[in-house]
Design a protein around this ligand. Structure first.
Ligand code: CMC
Length: 370
């Protein structure tokens, strides 16, 4: 009967409603509150889109001014967070640093368990403001460099570059980064968002839910793929080697990172926009080699398996050409997806039902203990 039907990986299961975004695999489209992401990338900043994801409407000029001011004023970290970041081994993955810092911020927040949309939206916005500072602090320390304080005169994306590298690159590069932030912001019930909703459904706090989401995003089948893509491209090295390299992978039954998607079967709606951004970045950074590898791998994967690239395929080389260390790519995804995660946490809190599925038992029949 349908009661005992198993849906491994919850594939095809509709677990709840959401008004935040809509994925339509048939038309390869993705909308945030009804707005196609491609149009949002063309016409809006990441800050405007962050506001949209939390409020369901784009901000008016006044609303945007207030929103941006709040973000810029909340970027700095408290001494407890900085001290704990300083104690982490520099060899740890930067996702561990983000996960730990969010946990500390929760421990420091005496109103951690306060219910209600207003209180939790404020916590969400504070995390959105602080995550880039956390990431950059860890990155600088690992490089043996002094921390660079956030600069409130700079926009969200500019400030990320400033805090990591001490300079803001050409506007076209910042725009490509901003595009990646908009595209990564939200994607319905993906694994990390669902993890955040599961934690929230027990009436646990927002920091616990975000910590779980960071853990889920780290894996290479999810956000970790953008790092794996660049390692793969470096391994391929030259476009001429792409086909042979791919055949070897497929013969060894290896998954090719940055390809395939649980929901999109005919291509990821976000790829064309990010590919365009990658082409711009490559033009400004002497990155033709990686564009060639991109083209060759994309074509070979279509020829061999008819599988299309996902967003991590263009964003990996784009972040690489922007100068970020490869293990910082998934943390960059976090800086953006914090908006989607917390919008879902608020939505779950507003209409909660404990998430608790069933399992079909396959162990031994009941038996007496000897
Ligand atoms: N490389 C090789 N074969 C693949 C790939 C791939 N990347 N993706 C799917 N396939 C094959 C798979 O082997 C299977 O073939 P068969 O039916 O012959 O066994 C078929 O396609 C269906 O794949 P599946 O694994 O059952 O599909 P899924 O919905 O469980 O997996 C996925 C989706 C994203 C986990 C998978 O495509 C994958 O592992 N991709 C590589 C990792 C990746 O790029 N993840 C990023 C996802 S998108 C953005 C994000 O979350 O960051």
């Amino acid at each position: 009967s349908s009661d005992t039907e198993v849906h491994r990986g919850l594939a095809g299961v509709v677990a709840d409603t959401t008004s935040i975004s809509k994925v339509v695999p048939e038309t390869n489209s993705l909308t945030y509150s009804g707005y196609p992401v491609q149009e949002l990338c063309a016409k809006c900043s990441f800050e405007q889109v962050a506001y949209l994801i939390w409020h369901g409407e784009l901000p008016t000029e006044d609303q945007l001014r207030g929103f941006v001011e709040t973000e810029r004023s909340q970027r700095e970290l408290g001494s407890a967070t900085l001290e704990i970041l300083d104690r982490l081994p520099t060899t740890c993955h930067p996702m561990d640093a983000l996960r730990t810092a969010v946990s500390v911020l929760g421990a420091e927040d005496e109103t951690e368990d306060e219910p209600g949309r207003e209180a939790n939206l404020a916590k969400a916005q504070a995390l959105y403001a602080k995550l880039p500072t956390i990431m950059a602090a860890f990155y600088r320390r690992r490089q043996g460099l002094d921390r660079i304080a956030p600069d409130p005169s700079l926009g969200f994306s500019e400030n990320v570059f400033q805090m990591c590298f001490g300079k803001v690159p050409a506007p076209e590069i910042v725009a490509a980064f901003d595009t990646s932030m908009i595209l990564y912001a939200e994607h319905s019930f993906n694994a990390s968002t669902f993890a955040a909703r599961v934690v929230t459904s027990t009436l646990s706090d927002l920091y616990s839910a975000v910590t779980a989401a960071i853990g889920a995003l780290k894996g290479p089948l999810h956000g970790g793929a953008n790092e794996a893509v660049m390692r793969m491209m470096l391994d391929v090295g030259d476009a001429d080697r792409a086909v042979a390299w791919l055949d070897e992978q497929l013969a060894a039954k290896q998954k090719v990172m940055g390809f395939g998607h649980r929901v999109y079967r005919n291509g990821d709606s976000r790829v064309p926009t990010m590919k365009e951004a990658l082409i711009k970045v490559a033009g400004l950074t002497d990155g033709q080699q990686w564009l060639d590898v991109y083209q060759a791998l994309e074509q070979a994967m279509l020829d061999r398996k008819n599988i299309h690239p996902n967003l991590d395929f263009p964003s990996g080389p784009a972040y690489y050409l922007m100068g970020f260390d490869i293990d910082m790519f998934t943390p960059l995804f976090v800086l953006s997806r914090i908006t989607g995660w917390t919008a879902h946490i608020l939505e779950q809190q507003a209409a909660n039902s404990l998430i608790r599925p069933l399992s079909a038992y396959t162990g031994p029949e009941q038996r007496p203990v000897p």
